[in-house]
Design a protein around this ligand. Structure first.
Ligand code: GTP
Length: 557
């Protein structure tokens, strides 16, 4: 309920005043008094160009500014943001994130999340994965450890909240039916109208169905709000059965070729059998595309367990989180997806019809951290590092110095970035590598890593040593638990990779040609030994031929 800027009010009893001004507000305001989670509005006159009605500091979203006597809109999740800040501060003056220096900041993060009413199992797994990622992060030139931790926490928060925005699903053939459920006073009726307003802006025609027959004012409230947003409301009073009203309403909406139908259902003070069975009945009657549970952000992790319960009982497709404007501590937004497995699709951030927006996990994480500039700085620095790495790699390939250390670097880069294709994509001329080749490479890397790990620094630096010495290959095989053939293939593969990369980049000059006789003989001998079984030939024959071709290619050059 927001008064317009021209409204002049100096009142102590807002519902009565609101009642005088607008019947819609009267219903909303009187309804307000019945619900404890939202403090009642106390309209207050504050001096200004014109007197403006403002909620009291107890109202979500508004706080009294210290010292000034002014009432200002509060930062969302302010307390959580402040709690996290102390974690970053503890890392000042350190050079790198380590298991030891991260312990105390992690305790601060844990405390901040618990104070924000995030559910304990969620906090535990969050702390675990942030710690693991933070300690395993490479130092990025110019980026301070505390900034790096902000980035890790941000990425994990985004992940926790579902990563991607979860769009509303529309039925293949209209109409799309959206069933709204929720406890009393969470903002369900308001959400009906807000959602209709949102969909109307998308160019969809809507109809609201008033199936809350227990609170008589709910039907009037929906009718008035419907008028306000210019959407028809179907109702049959309080005598009919909700499932029947919903059915009839859908029939009417279909005859009017309506795109989306939103069904408002009755809330209860708490979850009870009667509500669940009625909801099940309505759900059966309307066969909805979306069943969305409206939950109040002020109820913290309780909201998350409600989403779980409703999902188990009636099967829902997602949640709408209301009253995110202000004092809510963040527990609901951070716990819902993880606890229930269901995404938050929309958030309500005020009482006006336009105060409903899709839920973007990344934007929410940035709001919580309040550090957008740090995040983009770290991302840029990471990008520069990757480019430098890629350039370095390119130089090595051009001079045929691509060795086992580079091989390992690739594996680590993959672990960090999630995909081989990103590195490959950064090397000019490498975009001819097919996704299938990349997938294959990713699979093989782990296997190869175990052999590279037991090579001496010299052998890693100069793969020629292994190509030329059977003893070395046997030693590597023994220490890594592989056989000689596998080591020979790995060495051959490195040279083949060099050759392929160079070929692709059109730079065939300046490479060393090791004496490959020994290695080739070894592969040939293996091939003969394996010739006994057709199965083995089929399995390995192709690979060996390719290896030998690569070797021959090298020898020719
Ligand atoms: N600050 C704030 N208030 C909201 C928001 N959404 C709803 N409200 C207010 O919450 C109060 C309850 O909203 P209703 O829509 O009447 O709640 P309901 O869930 O339909 O209640 P029942 O019909 O009893 O189940 C109203 O005063 C709304 O204006 C929001 O996102 N932010």
């Amino acid at each position: 309920m927001e008064a317009t800027s021209s409204t002049t009010l100096a009142l102590s009893s807002p519902p009565t005043a609101a009642a005088r001004r607008s019947p819609a507000k009267a219903i909303v305001a009187s309804h307000h008094l019945r619900h404890s989670s939202v403090p009642a509005l106390h309209l207050r006159a504050v001096p200004g160009p014109s007197f403006r009605a403002l909620p009291s500091p107890g109202f979500p979203g508004w706080r009294r500014k210290r010292g000034s006597g002014l009432v200002v809109r509060a930062e969302m999740f302010g307390q959580l943001t402040t709690g996290l800040e102390s974690a970053w501060n503890k890392l000042r003056g350190t050079d790198q994130l380590t298991k030891d220096n991260i312990a105390e900041p992690m305790r601060d993060i844990r405390r901040a999340l618990l104070e924000a009413d995030v559910s304990l199992p969620v906090v535990r797994s969050f702390i675990e994965s942030v710690t693991e990622k933070a300690v395993g992060t490479d130092v990025i030139r110019g980026v301070k450890p505390e900034q790096q931790l902000v980035k890790v926490v941000n990425d994990e928060l985004v992940q926790l909240m579902g990563r991607e925005v979860s769009d509303l699903v529309f039925a293949k053939t209209a109409p799309t039916v959206i069933l709204l459920a929720g406890l009393q006073g969470v903002g369900k009726t308001t959400v009906c109208a807000k959602l209709a307003y949102y969909l109307k802006k998308m160019g969809k025609s809507c109809m609201l169905i008033a199936a809350d027959v227990y609170r008589p004012a709910a039907i009037d409230q929906l009718t008035i709000l419907g008028k306000q947003v210019g959407v028809p409301v179907y109702s049959e009073g309080t005598e009919a059965k909700p499932s029947q009203i919903a059915k009839n309403g859908i029939k009417e909406a279909k005859s009017k070729k309506t795109d989306v139908i939103i069904v408002d259902t009755a809330g209860r003070l708490q979850v009870d059998k009667a509500m669940m069975s009625e909801l099940k009945e309505v759900k059966r009657a309307v066969n909805p595309t979306e069943v969305l549970l409206v939950v109040d952000a002020m109820t913290g992790q309780e909201a998350a367990s409600l989403v779980s319960t409703f999902n188990v009982e009636i099967g829902i497709t997602g949640a709408i989180l209301t009253k995110l404007d202000g004092d809510s501590r963040g527990g609901a937004a951070l716990s819902i997806k993880e606890v229930s497995g269901k995404p938050i699709k929309f958030v309500g951030r005020g009482e006006r019809m336009e105060d409903l927006e899709p839920f973007y996990p990344d934007r929410m994480a940035q709001r919580i951290l309040g550090m957008g500039d740090v995040l983009s700085f770290v991302e840029k620095a990471q990008e520069v590092m990757r480019q430098e790495d890629a350039e370095e790699l390119q130089k090595k390939i051009l001079s045929a110095k691509f060795n086992f250390n580079d091989f390992l670097k690739q594996t680590q880069a993959i672990a960090q970035m999630g995909s081989f294709s990103r590195i490959i994509g950064m090397i000019p001329g490498m975009n001819k590598v097919t996704p299938a080749q990349i997938r294959e490479a990713e699979k093989n890397l782990k296997f190869m890593e175990s052999m590279i790990n037991v090579m001496t620094p010299e052998e890693r630096e100069r793969p020629e040593l292994l190509a030329e010495s059977r003893e070395r290959r046997i030693r590597v095989a023994k220490e890594s638990g592989k056989n000689e053939r596998q080591v020979s293939q790995l060495v051959a593969q490195l040279f083949r990779m060099r050759a392929q990369m160079q070929k692709m980049m059109g730079a065939m000059q300046g490479q060393d040609t090791p004496d490959m006789e020994g290695l080739m003989d070894s592969i040939k001998a293996e091939e003969q030994a394996a010739a006994g079984t057709g199965k083995r030939r089929r399995k390995y024959g192709n690979l060996r031929r390719r290896d030998l071709d690569a070797m021959r290619g090298f020898r020719r050059r």
